[in-house]
Every structure is written in structure tokens, then in C-alpha cells.
Design a protein around this ligand. Structure first.
Ligand SMILES: [Zn+2]
Length: 256
């Protein structure tokens, strides 16, 4: 049985700060702005007990100090982080108790070198920051494309029903790009239509499930014959390997 209620707090133009609630206590994930978080806490009459940080970028950590000062909450985050040090330094193999529910920490470097994710099998929930998006993945700023692909391969192996709580609403742009890469993928067309309907009603498209991403996300589909053929035909495939396919899709998206 699921113990936690998870809902988005909108921040900046397209960030989601995830609010995790159990009775009158809350955690937030990747708070970039304090105002929307404090307003959500007040509106629900709940107290903030903890913050989970996935990586150091300002739009994920900008509110950490203000929220600590305001609420006295504790902060979990990765080692060697430019935005740290945090109260609790965690890395792969560690477990974080979030309001009584265990989350395993996964190292997922690539977007940044300090990037981690938090996964709970009981809640079927993954907080993955800017590593995996609905229909896409983060840009590779600090790591290498093979390192990023390895991180995504780790996430790809989670149970198909796992909910993907990523940190941005980039879905429509991602899925429209995905259609260039795999025009014949009918699951992708159906998923894009469903997401377009949600956005037309100003609803979040996040979370998706791992099963959606396996079917539609070109950054997890280096095994797809159609992805490979499209890249080859377009003259974009320098190296015909999993890393080569991932790298080519990432470079194409960077300039699309
Ligand atoms: Zn980031």
C-alpha cells in the first residue's frame, strides 16, 4: 500500500518541485524557489521535515538555505556537490527514510557529475531530477554521453510500473522531437496525443511510467531498429553501437 501523497509545485517557467506528504509532514524534492513551497505548506497546513536534492543546479537548490532557515528541515544530497555540503550526504547504496518510507539512492552522472536519483519500490516512485524526462533526457553538461547512457540504462531497468517524477515539463517538445527520430512508432503517436490533451487543460504530463518511456523515449531506445535506421539515413550515425546511437540522438536534439 502506498503511504505517500506526491504532487507537483510549479516553479519558474517549467520546473516541478515535488511535494511528498504523509499526514501533516512533508518533504520536497529539488526546491529552486522558496515562495511556492512555503505557500503550498501553508495552504495544506503541513510542516516541512526534509529536502531531497538530486543535483546542484540552481533551479533545483536555490531555495534550500531559505527553507532550512524558515522551517528547520534537514537536507539530503550528493557528495562533492557545488551547492553542498548538505546535512546528509548520500550516494548509491544508501537509503533515505522519507516520512517512514525507504528510498534507495542511485548514482546517475551525466547531466552533472553529482547527479543522484531516489527510488522507492514500495511507492513505485523515482525522483530523477534532470536525468530522465518524459520523452527525453537532460543535456550532458558535465559527464560524457556514454556515462549518461549508462545512467539511463540503470533507470531503464526499473520495474515498468515505476512512476517518473522528473523536474521539468518538457514533454511536448521532447515527444515532437521523438517523432522525427521514430516516425513509425504508433505508441509514441498515441502518447503524444494524450500528453497534448493534458497540456491543453494545463495539467502536468509528469509523472509518466517507465513503460511509457521504454515505448516512446528515443534516449532509452538505442536498441530500436527504427532509431538506428533514421540516424543512418540522415547521416548522423558516426558509430554503430549503443553509445554511438545515444550520442547521435543527443546531439541531434541539442541542435533540433
Ligand atoms: Zn539540471
Amino acid at each position: 500500500m502506498k503511504m505517500l501523497t506526491i504532487s507537483p509545485i510549479r516553479a519558474f517557467s517549467d520546473n516541478y518541485i515535488w511535494l511528498i506528504v504523509r499526514s501533516n509532514q512533508a518533504f520536497v524534492v529539488d526546491p529552486g524557489e522558496p515562495g511556492p513551497v512555503l505557500a503550498a505548506l501553508e495552504a495544506a497546513a503541513i510542516e516541512l521535515s526534509g529536502i531531497l536534492v538530486t543535483h546542484h543546479h540552481y533551479d533545483h537548490t536555490g531555495a534550500v538555505d531559505a527553507l532550512k532557515t524558515e522551517t528547520g528541515c534537514e537536507v539530503w544530497g550528493p557528495p562533492d556537490s557545488p551547492a553542498g555540503p548538505y546535512d546528509h550526504i548520500v550516494a548509491e547504496g544508501d537509503t533515505v527514510s522519507v516520512l517512514g518510507v525507504d528510498f534507495s539512492v542511485l548514482n546517475v552522472p551525466g547531466h552533472t557529475l553529482d547527479h543522484i536519483a531516489y527510488y522507492s519500490p514500495a511507492e513505485q516512485a523515482l525522483f530523477c531530477g534532470d536525468t530522465l524526462f518524459v520523452g527525453g533526457c537532460g543535456r550532458v553538461f558535465e559527464g560524457t554521453p556514454p556515462q549518461m547512457r549508462e545512467s539511463l540504462e540503470k533507470l531503464r531497468g526499473l520495474p515498468p510500473e515505476t512512476l517518473i517524477f522528473c523536474a521539468h515539463e518538457y514533454t511536448l517538445a521532447n515527444l515532437r522531437f521523438a517523432r522525427l527520430v521514430e516516425p513509425e512508432n504508433s505508441a509514441l503517436s498515441a502518447f503524444l496525443s494524450a500528453c497534448e490533451s493534458k497540456r491543453a487543460n494545463d495539467e502536468p504530463t509528469v509523472p509518466s511510467r517507465i513503460s511509457d518511456e521504454l515505448a516512446c523515449n528515443p534516449f532509452l531506445r538505442w536498441d530500436s531498429p527504427e532509431v538506428r535506421e533514421t540516424l543512418k539515413t540522415a547521416g548522423k550515425l558516426a558509430e554503430d553501437t549503443a553509445d554511438g546511437i545515444f550520442t547521435a540522438v543527443r546531439e541531434w536534439k541539442n541542435t533540433a
